[in-house]
Design a protein around this ligand. Structure first.
Ligand SMILES: Cc1cc2nc3c(=O)[nH]c(=O)nc-3n(C[C@H](O)[C@H](O)[C@H](O)COP(=O)(O)OP(=O)(O)OC[C@H]3O[C@@H](n4cnc5c(N)ncnc54)[C@H](O)[C@@H]3O)c2cc1C
Length: 357
């Protein structure tokens, strides 16, 4: 699986039969349903990990309504889906948002991501859930101009922060993990959180407090309410504490981890029928959108009676795969077969055909 994860910019456009936008549970199962019909897929997600809401919002929480799985966590469901799709060797392009989808004259689509990866594809499956998860930003006037130079919402290159005076905002796992990580590597680390209680793992909080007692780092209760700019650089942030007093914190780098919020984003610009931030499907036979060749499955779609459940998305993925097959194999008649008894499907799945008495 690791070999198939791509983050780098590809040279020319990648030509493919199917693109899946979104690696949540439904996008992952779409790989399986396409795979059974011998259609290989590229899967793109804006997050650096697969699993969508299940991994981003509730990795350790139990799910009880997956058929034949009495209970599993969000992470376990994702791990099992990854295992199930292994025979189909999907190619993952993670940490990149699909920004462009355009119909070509030859009937296929040009697709482009935020990191410049380009594709030409015959079909598209939008499994984008509630939209792509984007970091919640710090709402302080003038801070945007330092994004990418001194203000960061994710750490891409940890070496950039070594030897620097860092202020880290947030009380979740990302804030605590990075604060602990940079102690000893950065010149100084200050963790800033609006209250004494943390969402992060208790062990990380205990470690942070221990490091504070050893004067290895500092923890302050407060919020960034202003900036001080000197020679075009962010020299200080103004921090208002619980006592209402505003203090100045000199810094080189500001890291902000306020969690992620989903945004429909570029999907709204692709000429698709949208109703209350969801994609309308033309019918519930194929789950195709108003643009032939583009299908919408999972939480992103809407139709009469829609229920935003994982099992509904799985069903939609099966029918969308059959709906898409004629675009990829116009000459071929597609028959539904059972995975239990079909030698053809056994070959595709790389398993032995069982002998029935
Ligand atoms: C707390 C909680 C508990 C839940 N419990 C249950 C339960 O018990 N049972 C149940 O059936 N359902 C449950 N759900 C709902 C379930 O998680 C969703 O129905 C399911 O995740 C939908 O899957 P999906 O693949 O359609 O979308 P998502 O899981 O939302 O995944 C969509 C993915 O698409 C990516 N994406 C979006 N736009 C782009 C873009 N332009 N470019 C690249 N990537 C993009 C996103 O980053 C995301 O990773 C729960 C939800 C929550 C929040």
């Amino acid at each position: 699986m690791e070999n198939n994860v791509k983050g780098a910019v590809a040279q020319g456009p990648i030509e493919t039969d199917a693109i899946i936008i979104g690696a949540g549970p439904v996008g992952l199962f779409q790989v399986f349903e396409l795979g059974l019909l011998e259609i290989k897929a590229h899967v793109i997600d804006s997050l650096p990990v697969v699993g969508g809401q299940c991994v981003e919002l509730y990795p350790d929480k139990p799910i009880y309504d997956i058929p034949a799985v009495p209970v599993c966590t969000g992470q376990e469901l994702t791990d099992n889906l990854l295992k199930q799709i292994e025979p189909f060797e999907p190619t993952f392009h993670l940490g990149q948002e699909v920004t462009v989808v355009q119909k070509r004259e030859d009937g296929r689509f040009d697709v482009e991501t935020s990191t410049g990866t380009r594709f030409i594809t015959k079909t598209i499956f939008i499994a984008a859930g509630v939209g792509s998860f984007q970091p919640r930003t710090l709402k302080v006037e003038g801070i945007e101009q330092f994004e990418g130079s001194q203000v960061f919402y994710r750490v891409k290159d940890p070496a950039k922060f070594e030897g620097k005076n860092i202020v880290i905002c947030g009380g979740g796992d990302s804030a605590l993990d990075w604060a602990l990580n940079f102690v000893g590597k950065a010149e100084s680390v200050i963790l800033l959180h609006r209250r004494e209680e943390f969402r992060a793992a208790p062990a990380s909080v205990a470690k942070m407090k221990e490091l504070c007692e050893q004067y290895e780092m500092q923890f302050l209760v407060g919020q960034v309410t202003g900036t001080e700019i000197k020679d075009g650089k962010l020299a200080e942030v103004k921090v208002t504490g619980a006592d209402g007093v505003t203090r100045r914190l000199p810094l080189d780098m500001l890291l902000v981890f306020f969690g992620l919020s989903p945004k429909l984003g570029p999907i709204a610009e692709w000429g698709l029928d949208i109703e209350r931030k969801q994609l309308k499907v033309v019918d519930t036979e194929k789950f195709e959108t108003n643009v032939p060749g583009i299908f919408a499955v999972g939480d992103i779609n809407t139709y009469p009676g829609k229920k935003k459940l994982i099992l509904s998305g799985f069903h939609e993925a099966a029918l969308a795969a059959f709906g898409a097959a004629p675009y990829i194999f116009p000459e071929k008649k597609i028959h539904m077969q059972y995975t239990t008894t079909s030698p053809k499907l056994h070959k595709i799945l790389g398993v032995e055909t069982p002998v029935f008495d």
